[in-house]
Design a binder for this molecule. Structure first.
Ligand SMILES: Cc1ncc(COP(=O)(O)O)c(C=O)c1O
Length: 476
């Protein structure tokens, strides 16, 4: 029987307490068991998914039963909060940030305009200012917290388009490489550009954008009567973590009058470290920067950021007057975030960033990121030592590698190798194609991944290699 509430949707104090404690105990158990959980587990997951396809219930279900369902659902698939998750670009999900989400949702403050919750909006503005400070952005800079890097890249492209092309923009050309995250090209399409306007600039042997090729392409496009307007540099590509030559691109963009956007969704937070600052030199000259606190700041999914050096340009691209908002205060010291963003009503994301930074301090993040840089170097050295083809020394925390078999199809061999590694259950790696070759990726970002797990990953890769070389089969 469901609990009887006085008003069904308003649990009383005792009920709130009991529900909260039960949810918290689920979280504690889940997090405590993360190191032992399989990195990937599909056992029974599809059956559970099938059972979850059901009509909306007319009557309620007891809270403990629902939590059991949530726990079972969370156990299925990738343990993406855990130390073995080395696929894609992991994040982890800080506990303090999870509590921030609970607070934000329960307090349900409206931060998109400042005067409905001035101090809460200021918390978000302060957190964004911290990000601007990281890159030495001037006081005029503005930023928004987005749901992720994809939406941040979208708003960056719309801002550049509005600033440099005006409303008739179909002759506007933007430049990426084949290593740029697909969200940029997708954002360009969503922003109204034809596919052909997204130019792929060749890369050099290190997979970074070739600035000379870019200069030639800009010249050719101008000669053809088109309007080059935007170059997107990557500060940490998803495939290998390579950083484009940001200073050279900043120079070129200035000379050519182009907007310079840096997609630092992955690499941006490494700016906190000395090695990161060396690597990302030039990013401070970007017109706009995407960075994802839900990657290398370890926040739960749902936190990206866009920073724009000349803040009013971000506003110019996103502001639209509406009569029903006339009672709200014009922006003063605290921004009206909706005027800088495609969104109006949304969650209080800033708390998710502000609270962990205040709780732990930046030094804790710096140390964690330095540790991840060291771990990637360790994995690189071990894989080279084992005879793998590891063409790019990791600049950030991603190692792309493969085995070159003496005969047979190398791509098929490496796909089998990946299946063997992942079937071991201690780590989850992913794969990609680089220059037409199938490569495995090991990406260390989660705050919960430490040396022991990276050593286990390398050991698992070695065992899997021997199995594959010996023709041992594993479930696909
Ligand atoms: C370099 C880069 N840019 C953009 C994105 C897209 O970010 P999100 O998945 O948060 O939308 C990613 C995601 O991995 C990325 O690695």
């Amino acid at each position: 029987m469901p609990e009887i509430f006085r008003y069904a949707l308003e649990p009383d104090d005792d009920q709130m307490h009991a529900m909260g404690l039960a949810a918290l105990s689920l979280v504690e158990g889940y997090v405590r068991d993360l190191p032992q959980r399989p990195a990937f587990d599909l056992d029974g997951a599809l059956d559970l998914a099938a059972r979850l396809r059901e009509p909306a219930p007319e009557h309620g279900t007891p809270w403990p039963d629902l939590l059991r369902t949530v726990a079972a659902a969370a156990a299925a698939g990738a343990a993406s909060a855990g130390p073995g998750y080395l696929a894609y670009v992991p994040g982890g999900g800080l506990y303090a940030a999870a509590l921030a989400d609970l607070l934000a949702a329960a307090l349900n403050k409206y931060v998109s305009v400042w005067n409905l919750a001035p101090a809460c909006a200021q918390i978000e503005a302060t957190a964004i200012r911290w990000l601007c400070d990281l890159f030495g952005y001037p006081p005029r800079a503005r930023g928004i917290l987005t749901s992720g890097g994809s939406l941040a890249n979208f708003s960056a492209i719309v801002t550049a388009r509005t600033a440099l092309l005006g409303e008739r923009f179909l002759d506007g050309i933007l430049y990426v490489t084949d290593q740029t995250h697909a969200s940029s090209a997708k954002a360009a399409l969503l922003a109204g550009f034809p596919r052909a306007n997204v130019r792929t600039v060749p890369t050099l042997a290190d997979l970074a954008m070739d600035p000379r090729a870019l200069a030639r392409m800009i010249e050719d496009d101008r000669a053809a009567g088109l309007r080059p307007f935007l170059v997107i540099g990557s500060a940490g590509t998803t495939n290998t973590g390579i950083v484009d030559p940001l200073t050279v691109l900043a120079d070129l963009a200035r000379v050519e009058g182009l907007w310079f956007h840096v997609d630092a969704a992955y690499g941006g937070p490494f700016q906190l470290t000395e090695r990161g600052r060396d690597l990302l030199r030039g990013i401070e000259r970007a017109d706009s920067i995407t960075l994802d606190p839900h990657k290398a700041m370890f926040l739960p999914y749902g936190t990206g950021a866009l920073l724009v050096r000349d803040g009013p340009l971000l506003r110019q691209a996103h502001h639209f007057d509406a009569h029903y908002l006339q009672d709200l205060g014009a922006e003063e010291e605290i921004p009206n975030f909706t005027e800088y963003s495609p969104e109006l009503t949304r969650d209080f994301r800033g708390l998710r960033l502000w609270l962990p930074v205040k709780l732990h301090g930046l030094e804790a993040f710096r140390q964690a990121l330095d540790e991840k840089l060291d771990l990637a170097r360790l994995a690189h050295a071990e894989l080279v030592e084992s005879g793998f083809d590891v063409p790019w020394r990791p600049q950030l925390t991603t190692v792309a590698f493969r085995w070159i078999p003496e005969d047979g199809d190398a791509d098929a061999f490496n796909a089998r190798l990946l299946r063997h590694v992942n079937a071991g259950g201690r780590v989850l790696l992913s794969s990609t194609m680089i220059g037409g070759a199938y490569m495995l990726r090991l990406c260390v970002v989660s705050h919960r991944t430490h040396r022991d797990r990276v050593e286990e990953a390398v050991a698992a890769i070695r065992v899997a290699l021997h199995d594959c070389l010996d023709g041992v089969t594993r479930p696909s």
